[in-house]
Design a protein around this ligand. Structure first.
Ligand SMILES: Cc1ncc(COP(=O)(O)O)c(C=O)c1O
Length: 412
C-alpha cells in the first residue's frame, strides 16, 4: 500500500499533471524518468529485521510491497483524492480480486449489503455466490432511487452500500452524495465502482464515498493489454461497528492493507507498470472517448432500427441532472435497444467491422457486445437480468466517421 501521503507535492496540481507525475518520481538509483519494472520477488536487507534504507524506502517481499506497484498506487491515490484529504490506494490482480479483498476486509458473516439492480455481472456473482454462502446477505435495488435504497438498508446489519454509476450495462446514474448520506445514517460504508467514469470524469470520494473500486483493466489501463484492479480508500474511512470484525482496528485503509498482503491478490510489477502508463494519458483518451460517444449517440438516435439509446449525456436520460452535477462529461459507454428485438441485436453484433465483438471495455479500440449473452450471462434469472434486445458499445478513440459508417452498415 502507499502508506505515505501519495506524491503529496503533486496534489495541488491539475488532473493531467497528477496523472503524469504522481508516483512517477525519477528512479532514485538511476534517474530513470519512467518507474522501472521491478521484476523481483525479494530484496536484500541491511541486517536481520532491517530493511534496505539507502534509497529512503524499505521493501522486503513483493507480495507485501513492490516499488512499481507503489508508483501505481500513489498515482491512483493522487487522482481519486479529494483536495486536502489524501486517500490510500491498493492495486490488485483484477477488479474482482480488489472487490473480494474489500468485501472480506469490511464484512463478516451475518452482515448485509445493498447493491444496485444493474451492476456488472461478475460483481453480482461475487456478492451472491461467494460472499453469500460465506454468510453475507444482500438486496438488489434501483440505486437511482434514493428512497428504495433508504428502504433497503437495515440499520445495525447493513455494512456496505455498493453502487456503480454509470451502471454496466444500462448506463443508469446514481446520486453519490445522496447515497453517502443514506449509507452513513445507517452505519454503512458507501462503495462506488468508478470503472466506467474514471477519476477524470468523477471523483466519488469528494462526494462522500468511503471506497472507490476500479477494474483498471478498463479505462485506467486503456489499451486492452492488462487485467487489474484497485481500491482507493478515503482518509479516515472507518468500519462503523467493530463487533464481529476481528482483532484489526476500524480503519478501512489499514484493514484493506492487511488483507491485501494476507490474501495476496496483488498486481504484479509488469501489470502495475502497464496500468500506470495508461493513467498518464487518461485525460486525453477520456476526452476523445466522450467526443466519439457523443457522435455515436447522435447517429443512433436518428436511426429507425434503434428503439432507444441509453447515455447519461442525453437531456431526457432520467439521471441526466445528477450526472451533469457529479461528472465532468458523460463517458465513452453507450447502450442501445433494437426495435427488432434479440435477433436484430445479435445481427448487429455480428456485422460490425471496426467495432470488435468482444467482452471488456475502456480500451482505445471500439468494442461491441450483447450483454445478455456475454458479460451479463451470469445474472440471467436474477433481479439484474438485462433486456435481450440490448447492445453495449465501448466507443474507442478511432476516427468518429469510421465508427458511424461501421454502425450504419451493421444496422442496414
Ligand atoms: C464495472 C465493472 N466492475 C468490475 C469489473 C471486474 O473487473 P475485472 O474484470 O478486472 O476483474 C468489471 C469487469 O468488466 C466491470 O465492468
Amino acid at each position: 500500500m502507499s502508506d505515505v501521503e501519495p506524491s503529496a507535492r503533486w496534489n495541488a496540481r491539475g488532473f493531467s499533471t497528477r496523472a503524469v507525475h504522481a508516483g512517477s518520481d525519477p528512479d532514485p538509483a538511476t534517474g530513470a524518468v519512467v518507474t522501472p519494472i521491478y521484476q523481483t520477488s525479494t530484496y536484500k536487507q541491511d541486517g536481520v529485521g532491517g530493511l534496505r534504507t539507502g534509497l529512503g524506502v524499505g521493501y522486503e517481499y513483493s507480495r507485501s510491497a513492490n516499488p512499481t506497484r507503489t508508483g501505481l498506487e500513489e498515482c491512483l491515490a493522487a487522482l481519486e483524492s479529494p483536495a486536502g484529504a489524501p486517500a490510500a490506494a491498493f492495486a490488485f490482480a483484477s477488479g474482482l480480486a480488489a472487490e473480494d479483498t474489500l468485501l472480506r476486509s469490511v464484512l463478516a458473516p451475518g452482515d448485509h449489503l445493498v447493491l444496485g439492480d444493474d451492476a456488472y455481472g461478475g460483481s453480482y456473482r461475487l456478492i451472491a455466490r461467494v460472499a453469500g454462502p460465506w454468510g453475507v446477505a444482500h438486496d438488489a435495488v434501483p440505486m437511482a432511487d434514493p428512497d428504495a435504497v433508504r428502504a433497503a438498508v437495515r440499520p445495525g446489519a447493513t455494512r456496505v452500500v455498493w453502487v456503480e454509476t454509470p451502471t454496466n450495462p444500462l448506463l443508469g446514474v446514481a446520486d453519490i452524495a445522496a447515497l453517502a448520506e443514506i449509507a452513513h445514517a445507517a452505519g454503512a460504508l458507501l462503495v462506488v465502482d468508478n470503472t466506467f467514469a474514471t477519476p477524470y470524469l468523477q471523483t466519488p470520494l469528494a462526494l462522500g464515498a468511503d471506497v472507490v473500486v476500479h477494474s483498471t483493466t478498463k479505462y485506467c489501463g486503456g489499451h486492452s493489454d492488462v487485467v487489474g484492479g484497485a481500491l482507493v480508500v478515503a482518509a479516515g474511512a472507518a468500519v462503523p461497528r467493530l463487533d464481529g470484525v476481528g482483532a484489526l482496528g476500524a480503519s478501512v485503509a489499514e484493514r484493506v492493507g492487511f488483507h491485501q498482503n494476507a490474501m495476496g491478490a496483488v498486481a504484479g510489477p509488469f501489470d502495475a507498470w502497464l496500468v500506470q502508463r495508461g493513467l498518464k494519458t487518461l485525460s486525453l483518451r477520456m476526452d476523445r472517448h466522450c467526443d466519439n460517444a457523443e457522435r455515436v449517440v447522435a447517429f443512433l438516435l436518428d436511426h429507425p432500427r434503434v428503439a432507444s439509446v441509453l447515455y447519461p449525456g442525453l437531456p431526457d436520460h432520467p439521471g441526466h441532472q445528477v450526472a451533469a452535477r457529479q461528472m465532468r462529461r458523460f463517458g465513452g459507454m453507450v447502450s442501445f435497444r433494437l426495435a427488432g428485438g434479440l435477433e436484430d441485436a445479435l445481427t448487429v453484433c455480428k456485422r460490425t467491422e471496426v467495432f470488435t465483438l468482444a467482452e471488456s471495455l475502456g480500451g482505445v479500440e471500439s468494442l461491441i457486445e450483447h450483454p445478455g449473452r456475454m458479460t451479463h450471462a451470469s445474472v440471467a434469472g436474477s433481479a439484474l437480468e438485462v433486456p435481450d434486445d440490448l447492445v453495449r458499445l465501448s466507443v474507442g478513440i478511432e476516427d468518429a466517421t469510421d465508427l458511424l459508417v461501421d454502425l450504419e452498415q451493421a444496422l442496414a
